[in-house]
Design a protein around this ligand. Structure first.
Ligand code: ADP
Ligand code: MG
Length: 724
């Protein structure tokens, strides 16, 4: 057998199932031990320092530089006791991943060693980060970027390093990361939301967003992963014939978790618990070797930071288990890809979930107000929202019969729908119907109480009882990339809602009537985004188009929505991004798309020319030897005897020629695109000509995989990658 694959398979077979991080203590005794949370701050900091941090977290108050020294000193004492030797700001540049630069606490003075950590180092770091993409916001001669501590997210210790969640900005203050716009969008939403919520409860001063991020992922054996250049460099397979059995039987979904995987899950959960990440669920997903975990929801920024940290922890722990986690949206063709469902809700500082309908939703004006405002936001910016989750990775997944369709719509469920329809047609709400009765199956089984919410897996944006589930985000994405757009759109809509209610009240309308009028108006204006049916159906695609809802058909094309007047105005008016910052982000989205596809195309070409074709030739040689041998022994009869071998030889020759020509053409398509200066046009060429050529190359390579003797095939096959 091709030695590379054989060695990988042998190694994979020898990998053991073991626990490495097992704790023989209840989780509650070590939960959060590696984060510097409020109780630890109280212990390690003076009262003024503690109060300054609490005010920063709760009210967004600025931390005085003098107090920062005290905070830093407390943090350091704790971290050093915990065995930390270094500290780093950890930030989320526009690459979509996280970045860190470790600095030692150690300082030597007069020959004596000390651990030192100044307030200035806590508050700000200059990670000479000139190589991070800025979309033109920084010139190389003024390439400085600063990271600055974001106290709203807890500091933590990972691998003996004190990690300080930070924002990343240019020296003139433009956002160079995912966090800044998200923080700004939350502040806009808080202000706009409080202005509406305070109409129903005067004491409300702020609203917060809660997020629950479900994380899907694939696991593959680390040796098999290492034997596939595409997995190593692209996190997905760019060639590979489907396995005869994959997910047809739905026998993996919610199935019994394989013991190897369970050991791994328990280990990463243990490490996540120590970091205060409250993982609640784990299960098998639809595709073989695909799994999901979900933490308990929490405040938006914290949830996003925890998700980024969770992905790091999952990958680190996987190494111990000889596993690799594939967070890619579509690692394997022909089976389900992975998403990161965003459960999104709004809660007031008094603890009211404003999107919770309660027992009498028809009389719950606050619920109706927020529901209408969200509906209008999603309607007005439907294409922008879909674009915000669009990228190369997700384009391999969206629109297939597994993920939500690439067009936005809101699913409300029958109960809420009934209310909305009544409001839209009569301006008034219907009588509330009772919660569905419990039913009994057989007397020995406890009564079943059906939930009052429906499920519709085909909707990209579904109401699920007291929150919306934005289901289109890709599994590898930083959730902030889409959440800040949603927050901003809803903030804008709430501002408008409040203004219209105020105007009606000023004209003498009662509050109740004013609210109902604006709710009705908002719903009627945005009714086209409401859809209760099957989002995967052809009829819906046509219907959506008639309604003017644009589907994302081409990613670089969709990115243009960021530059549309409505988008620019929204980001500017809500104080989230300046037009220049939007422009920079737009440039980067295209750049990132091109670079990723460029890598995939190169890897594919390399794999075809250096792995696939040489194996095909080797197999041809075996066939030829057989044919020539037959000719020598049987004379002319060989033609009849070796019919199949000759036929296979010809087919292989055909594919070799096609692949060689297609890889050349792929290279030419890249060259043609690479010389184009305009970033958007370059991305467009990549998304059409380069991508199309890659599909062609793949088709032939996958055919060859079926023709060549298994022994000679050099790359671990789908069936090996997908089944332990
Ligand atoms: P499902 O797969 O059925 O959608 P999961 O249990 O996998 O449900 O995930 C649901 C996620 O939604 C969890 O992270 C949960 O904490 C979160 N969630 C529950 N209530 C809220 C809420 N009010 N706001 C935000 N997220 C929530
Ligand atoms: Mg789930």
């Amino acid at each position: 057998m091709a030695t590379f694959r054989k060695r990988a398979l042998d190694e994979a077979a020898s990998h053991k199932t073991e626990r490495y991080f097992a704790e023989n203590r209840p989780v509650s005794t070590y939960f959060g031990q590696n984060i510097f949370d409020l109780p630890k701050m109280r212990r390690y900091m003076s009262q003024p320092a503690y109060e300054a941090v609490v005010a920063a977290i709760n009210e967004g108050a600025k931390i005085d530089r003098k107090v920062a020294n005290e905070i830093a000193s407390g943090m350091k004492s704790w971290a050093v006791e915990m065995g930390a030797t270094h500290y780093t700001h950890i930030f989320q540049p526009l690459t979509g991943t996280t970045a860190e630069k470790h600095e030692a606490f150690l300082t030597i003075k007069n020959g004596q060693a000390f651990e030192n950590f100044k307030g200035s180092a806590l508050v700000q770091q200059e990670p000479d980060a000139s190589s991070f993409p800025s979309g033109g916001l920084r010139n190389t001669f003024e390439a400085r970027g600063y990271s600055a501590w974001d106290p709203t997210s807890p500091v933590f210790i990972l691998d003996e390093t004190l990690c300080i969640p930070s924002v990343f900005v240019s020296h003139t203050g433009e956002a160079l990361d995912m966090k800044v716009p998200n923080l700004k969008s939350l502040s806009a939403l808080s202000e706009a939301g409080a202005a509406v919520a305070s109409r129903f409860d005067k004491s409300v001063k702020a609203v917060h967003v809660n997020l629950g991020l479900e994380q899907e992922y694939f696991l593959v054996d680390s040796s098999l992963y290492a034997a596939r250049p595409d997995l190593r460099l692209c996190d997905r397979t760019v060639i590979g014939h489907t396995s005869a059995k994959d997910q047809q039987l739905s026998d993996h979904y919610f199935g019994s978790i394989p013991s190897k995987v369970e050991a791994y899950m328990k280990d990463f959960e243990t490490e996540a618990y120590k970091l205060g990440i409250d993982l609640e669920t784990r299960h098998n997903e639809v595709a073989p070797n695909q799994f999901e975990c979900a933490p308990l929801f929490c405040e938006c920024t914290k949830a996003i930071d925890q998700n980024m940290l969770l992905m790091i922890v999952m990958q680190k722990v996987a190494e111990k288990h000889n596993l690799k986690v594939l967070f890619h949206e579509k690692p394997f063709d022909g089976i389900n890809g992975s998403g990161k469902h965003v459960n999104w809700s709004i809660v007031t500082d008094k603890g009211t979930l404003v999107l919770s309908p309660g027992k009498t939703p028809s009389k719950n004006l606050q619920f109706l107000a927020f529901y209408a405002a969200v509906t209008k936001a999603v309607y007005k910016h439907n294409y922008l929202l879909m674009s915000s989750i669009s990228n190369l990775n997700n384009s391999y997944r969206l629109g297939g019969h597994e993920a939500p369709p690439a067009v936005m719509s809101i699913f409300s469920g029958s109960n809420v729908s009934k209310i909305l329809n009544s409001i839209m047609s009569t301006g008034a709400t219907p009588e509330d119907n009772d919660v569905k009765d419990a039913f009994e199956l057989v007397s020995s089984v406890p009564e079943i109480h059906p939930d009052n919410t429906d499920r519709n897996r085909t909707s990209p944006f579904a109401f699920t009882g007291n929150r919306f589930e934005f289901r289109a985000l890709g599994s590898s994405a930083n959730a902030a990339s889409a959440v800040y757009v949603l927050n901003t759109a809803v903030a804008e809509s709430l501002c408008e809602f409040r203004k219209e209610v105020d105007a009606l009240e000023a004209a003498g309308c009662s509050r109740q009537n004013a609210v109902m009028k604006v709710v009705t108006k908002f719903l009627v204006e945005s009714k086209d985004v409401l859809f209760e049916g099957n989002g995967y159906s052809k009829e819906w695609a046509e219907e959506a188009e008639r309604r003017g809802l644009r589907a994302v058909k081409n990613v670089p094309e969709a990115y243009k929505s960021f530059l549309e007047e409505d988008s620019i105005a929204m980001f500017k008016n809500m104080g989230v991004l300046s037009p220049e910052e939007v422009q920079a982000r737009y440039a980067l989205l295209n750049e990132n798309y091109v670079k990723k596809l460029q890598i995939e195309a190169r890897v594919q070409g390399d794999m075809c020319l250096n792995h696939v074709i040489p194996s095909a030739i080797e197999y041809q040689n075996i066939l030829m030897k057989n044919i020539l041998g037959a000719k020598e022994v049987f004379g002319d009869e060989y033609k009849e005897l070796c019919k199949s071998e000759i036929d296979t030889y010809r087919k292989i020759a055909g594919f070799i020629n096609t692949i060689s020509a297609d890889v050349d053409a792929l290279c030419e398509a890249r060259k043609k695109a690479n010389v184009v200066e305009d970033g958007a046009l370059k991305a467009k060429l990549y998304s059409t000509e380069v991508k199309d050529m890659m599909d062609k190359v793949r088709a032939s390579a996958d055919q060859l995989e079926m023709l060549i003797g298994d022994e000679l095939w050099p790359l671990p096959k789908y069936r090996e990658l997908l089944f332990f």
